[in-house]
Design a protein around this ligand. Structure first.
Ligand SMILES: [Zn+2]
Length: 302
């Protein structure tokens, strides 16, 4: 397998979910071994690599920071790029936050479709997991385990009649991501809106870019999938795993996790160099047959 980039530059613009700041986004082809790199086009194209070593603070979104330069809410765009197997790309942004667009990864998938994929003449390098690495924290947990392909299993449990327990398990590739996860939108609870605003967050949040859950229903339905919440959490997980910096050969299992736990796992994995190796072999000879995909079939499709 060879490394890839995009064929041609593409652009989009929109408002940042947390800062409320308008930004222009441009995806630009990058050479082999460049990796996924954000560039602040308003700051002389200052580079911030999409890598665990640049994770800044993580609460309701994942932010990267390098030498004091911040870039927020990277996860939905990174989920699309990583799932599509784009190894090298420059993401030029003229502000502090990636636009939220409709709250899902679908607009980014459309952008990548428009950009096309270009194969480069350099072998792709994978990070192959050799032994488990786990992070456990009061009832929440996340772990990564050896597997012959990149898989995620994401379990959520919110005490809300529209959510409850939802679980998604899948091999991650462009087709599965597009079909199962890409359209799942960000969500928040109506009761959290004021406290979040007070904290200076969700200034760009609206009914056009987030599902708002009321006490016992959804303020701005219909949902795109009955288990849109669990699917969105799996999307977030993949976007944070992109910070490993290389395509993964391993299975990630997340139970009631979030951005903080996702990025802790990435950091712990990268530090524990005995738990993985870098290889250009996509499949090992001992690969066993993988389990089927599991998710709730779409019912409320619009
Ligand atoms: Zn999200």
């Amino acid at each position: 397998m060879f490394q890839t980039t995009i064929q041609r530059p593409v652009a989009a613009q929109g408002i940042g979910l947390h800062t409320g700041v308008q930004s222009k986004l441009r995806l630009v082809p990058a050479p082999a071994d460049a990796g996924i790199v954000f560039r602040r086009s308003d700051l002389d194209f200052f580079r911030i690599e999409a890598h665990g070593s640049n994770v800044a603070r993580v609460s309701y979104a994942t932010s990267l920071m390098k030498q004091g330069v911040l870039l927020s809410t990277t996860e939905h765009l990174l989920a699309a790029i990583y799932s599509c197997g784009i190894d090298n790309i420059f993401i030029d942004i003229d502000a502090i936050e990636v636009p939220i667009l409709d709250g899902s990864a679908e607009p980014f998938m459309q952008l990548l479709d428009e950009a096309g994929v270009r194969k480069l003449r350099r072998k792709r390098r994978y990070l192959k997991v050799l032994k488990p690495v786990e992070v456990v924290e009061d009832g929440r947990r996340i772990g990564i385990y050896p597997a012959s392909e990149f898989r995620v299993c994401c379990y959520v449990d919110f005490p809300h009649p529209m959510v409850g327990q939802q679980e998604v398990e899948m091999a991650v590739n462009a087709a599965s991501f597009r079909q199962i996860l890409s359209r799942a939108r960000t969500f928040c609870f109506e009761a959290d809106i004021e406290p979040l605003r007070t904290m200076g967050l969700i200034r760009g949040g609206s009914l056009e870019n987030a599902i708002v859950l009321t006490k016992d229903g959804v303020l701005n339905g219909p949902l795109r999938y009955v288990d849109e919440f669990g699917r969105h959490k799996a999307l977030d997980l993949i976007g944070d795993l992109a910070l490993v910096g290389l395509p993964l050969l391993g299975r990630v299992e997340a139970r009631k996790a979030g951005h903080a736990l996702h990025t802790q796992l990435v950091s712990r994995l990268l530090v524990d160099t005995s738990s993985w190796k870098i290889t250009t072999e996509e499949q090992s000879a001992d690969s066993e047959s993988a389990p089927e995909e599991r998710f709730t079939p779409a019912r409320a499709a619009d």
